[in-house]
Structures are given as C-alpha cells and as structure tokens.
Design a protein around this ligand. Structure first.
Ligand SMILES: [Zn+2]
Ligand SMILES: [Zn+2]
Length: 277
C-alpha cells in the first residue's frame, strides 16, 4: 500500500471536488491521504460535514498549505493532523480569504483598464467553491472567454510577477504559520524545498521549528531527494512527501497513485479521529 500527503481540491486550485478526490484515492488503492488546499480547510470540513471524513476505508489526514514569502522567494508550509475547527486557524484563514477577494477586485480593474473584457463574475463562476481565489482562476476565465488561447499566455502577458496585472496578495508570515499549526495541535512541514530555489534559505527557514520536510516530491530527482533527506536528518525532521495533485492534464501526475510515498512516512501524521474509536 502507498500514500500521498499533498493534494488539492476545488476548494483551492484543484479540479476535483473533495468527494471525487477521495473516490479517486480509493480507486488508486492509497492508504493514507492528506488534502492540503491553499490557505483553507473548507474541503476537509466539507468532507466532515458530509460524513465522508473520517472514513473507515481510507485514512484521511486533515491538511493545509500556507503560501508565504521569504526574501522574495515563495515558501509553502504544510500543516497536518490539526483540529479543523480550531478558532485561531479559522480566523487567520478568513483574513487571508478576505484579502484575496479585495485583491481580485483590484486585479480585474487593472485587466479591464488594459482593454480586456472580463468581470469578477466570470472569475467567480470558474472559482466555484474555492475560497482561495487567485491568478489561476483569473487566467482560466480569460481562456474560457477566448480572450487568450492558453493559461501560459495569460500569465506571460498579464499575471506573472512584474507584468501589468500582477498584484501581490497578503501572506501569512512563516513563523506565524508554524505557530498557528502547532497551536491547532498539528505538525508543520516545509513543502517542496527545491521550489524555494535557494538551499541556504531553506536551511534558514527550517530553523523556525518545523516537524518535517517534504523530501519526496515529483519535481525532486533522485539526487535532490537524497540531498533533502540528509538535510532533514541534520535538523531531526520527519520525512514526508506527496504528489501535489491538482487533477490537471498539463501537470504530472495527471492521475492519483502515479506518485506515492511509503505508508511508513504517512503514519506519524495520522491520528484516528475519536468518532472512529
Ligand atoms: Zn506548494
Ligand atoms: Zn500544493
């Protein structure tokens, strides 16, 4: 049996609803999974409210992925196995969501001024249940309206850092994310260190007191994985990993189960919810 501790649903920028994601994970014979939507726990809460989480047939670990920035580098922080109704976490997540709404209005206004006909409504239709509304949704809306032919073109012309409709969004500080996850009873993991693109910075960030490092990741080759395992050992961190599944045909893995980790790396993050005992 194998596991996957990094996946996104329609509550952030994934293409599958939480229900469909769980069904796909069962079909792929995954044993432990974690839903790690960007800056929200709405997906896992939804599963709880629908009586799908906790499940007797698959081990679901509550997760989240916070987007932070350190010295101009994107730093993502995963939280696992916390109380999904923790008030401090809920307050912070709401604050981030509200700032994303405000940012959307500014972004749309900019895009309109540049001569492209798109409304907030067009983007919201695409975003559906997602509360962490972002550039991907804007890009998808522009492609759907045939104003651009590819998402890549939209980013290249408008939304990439330094392009005319790029608007930075409010981000939680990494110290705050780590503390928040801990206060909610969870464990924090530094996500995909390779994507930080600066190993000295990775080590600096690790000094904030993480529990784990995401060493197994689709974009890490064997040499990089070995390097990050050594780094995790140096700092006494648990090894974790996941596919960062979005159910996008343009992004590997296209299907759940194509990139997995051994169960032994997932087990330390799983505590059976009380209602199962
Ligand atoms: Zn990430
Ligand atoms: Zn992710």
């Amino acid at each position: 049996m194998s596991s996957d501790l990094h996946m996104h649903t329609t509550y952030s920028d994934g293409r599958l609803t939480p229900e469909k994601l769980v069904a796909a994970a069962k079909e792929a014979h995954l044993n432990y999974i974690a839903i790690t939507d960007h800056d929200t726990v709405d997906g896992i809460r939804h599963l709880y409210e629908q009586n799908i989480y906790p499940s007797k047939t698959i081990n679901i670990i509550p997760g989240i992925e916070f987007s932070c920035e350190v010295d101009g580098h994107d730093v993502h922080i995963l939280g696992y196995d916390f109380d999904i109704y923790n008030q401090d976490m809920a307050d912070k997540v709401n604050e981030i969501a509200e700032s994303r709404w405000a940012r959307l209005s500014v972004m749309i206004k900019k895009i309109n001024e540049l001569g492209y006909d798109i409304s907030e409504g067009d983007v919201l239709e695409i975003a559906g249940s997602s509360s962490s509304i972002g550039r991907l949704h804007v890009a998808r809306a522009l492609v759907n309206k045939k104003i651009f032919s590819t998402m890549h073109e939209v980013f290249d012309t408008l939304l990439e850092h330094g392009k005319p409709a790029y608007i930075p969004h409010y981000r939680i500080e990494p110290e705050e994310a780590v503390a928040l996850i801990r206060r909610a009873g969870g464990k924090s993991v530094l996500a995909h260190p390779k994507l930080i693109k600066d190993d000295a910075l990775v080590e600096k960030v690790l000094s904030l007191g993480f529990d784990g490092l995401e060493v197994f990741y689709p974009k890490h080759d064997a040499t990089e994985t070995a390097k990050y395992i050594r780094m995790a050992e140096k700092y006494g961190l648990m090894l974790t990993g996941g596919s960062d599944y979005h159910a996008l045909s343009s992004r590997y893995p296209e299907n759940l189960g194509e990139f997995t980790i051994e169960d032994k790396y997932a087990i330390p993050f799983f505590n059976p919810p009380e209602s199962l005992e």
